[in-house]
Write a protein that binds this ligand. Structure first.
Ligand SMILES: [Zn+2]
Length: 340
């Protein structure tokens, strides 16, 4: 175990690159939104503390997506709740010692708010939060969140990313229920984004059904800058990833264990296969801390506990993550200052 000593992971300056805005909202924050709406007679939904009791984190692929469609998206459905929850999420990350955060969200039309207004609202809330919590800088990634979307819908998200690229949008993501859809449909959208200089991250081999060699080859052809999850990867594709120097791997330990996306527990997580490999850059991420309940500081504690990384390994790995942020040279320089 060498130089293992207990690090204070909360005060260690950290970066977080894979965090879905809606999935990162704490239950307490959802509860506060619910109380306001209930008092104003604006919701028929049940109290979130009943729907998602504190301490319940064992959501799997079958219960996870319905939680959003039937509850969280229905509660956070207007400008006020979007603003309030975005600031609350950033506050939680800042208090956990995150100094650079890339949030991701799917542009949604809500009532009179179209998708342009939605992105605008989120960016405004980010500005407010950055002024309030000075230790954190936040950038936004826009998600194509439903693999059943049409190419027209995907292109719309690319257009939004371009429109807001000077106001804090730094990347494009493909996520959503991995049991649905065919990713090859989106190739022109991702090619257009890449040609325009928008950074790309993709949910990759998240479930066995979304890990065929054909699908993974298609995604690798988009030349993504980062990959999320990277679970069920065939050997041939692993070689491709290893050869791709500087590709970021957003690995989400608690999410994968809680949602039973891997077989076994933390010790069996593929973080152990990747963190020391030369070439790809591993970044521990939370995915949906509001659902899975493990903040970034705890992800690092789990890494130390289960993979026995020494102090220098941990600090080195955390610092390496700076290379794969989407926020540009200025942010990289800032982080290299802050991160020892
Ligand atoms: Zn994700």
């Amino acid at each position: 175990m060498g130089d293992v000593q207990v690090l204070d992971f909360k005060s260690m300056p950290k970066i977080e690159l894979h965090a879905h805005l809606s999935g990162s909202i704490s239950r307490q924050c959802l509860h506060e939104i619910w109380i306001e709406k209930k008092a104003a007679n604006k919701t028929d939904l049940e109290d979130p503390l009943i729907v998602m009791p504190l301490g319940k984190h064992d959501y799997d692929l079958e219960t996870f997506f319905p939680l959003f469609s039937s509850y969280i998206y229905r509660l956070v459905d207007d400008a006020d709740s979007l603003h309030y929850s975005t600031i609350s999420v950033i506050e939680d990350f800042a208090k956990d010692g995150v100094v650079y955060l890339e949030l991701r969200t799917t542009p949604r039309a809500l009532g009179s708010m179209d998708k342009i207004a939605y992105v605008n609202h989120v960016l405004t809330a980010i500005d407010v939060a950055q002024q309030k919590f000075e230790s954190i800088q936040v950038r936004l990634i826009l998600s194509i969140a439903d693999r059943r979307n049409t190419l027209v819908e995907a292109n719309e998200v690319v257009a939004l990313a371009l429109r807001f690229r000077d106001s804090g949008v730094v990347g494009l993501d493909l996520c959503g229920d991995p049991t649905k859809g065919d990713v090859s449909l989106f190739t022109p959208a991702f090619e257009a984004a890449r040609e325009a200089g928008i950074k790309i991250t993709v949910h990759f081999a998240e479930a066995e059904c979304s890990a065929s060699e054909a699908e993974l080859e298609t995604i690798m052809d988009w030349m993504p800058d980062r990959l999320g999850h990277v679970i069920h990867v065939p050997e041939s594709v692993k070689k491709q990833i290893t050869a791709h120097s500087g590709i970021g791997l957003e690995l989400c330990l608690s999410c994968n264990v809680q949602a039973k996306m891997i077989v076994g527990s933390f010790d069996a997580h593929h973080f152990g296969d990747w963190w020391h490999v030369d070439g790809p850059v591993v970044v521990p991420c939370t995915d949906d801390v509001g659902v899975f309940g493990s903040p970034v500081s705890n992800e690092w504690a789990l890494i130390q506990e289960h993979f026995h990384l020494g102090r220098n390994d941990i600090l080195g790995l955390a610092r390496k993550g700076i290379d794969v942020i989407f926020g540009g040279e200025e942010q990289k320089a800032r982080l290299r200052e802050i991160m020892w």
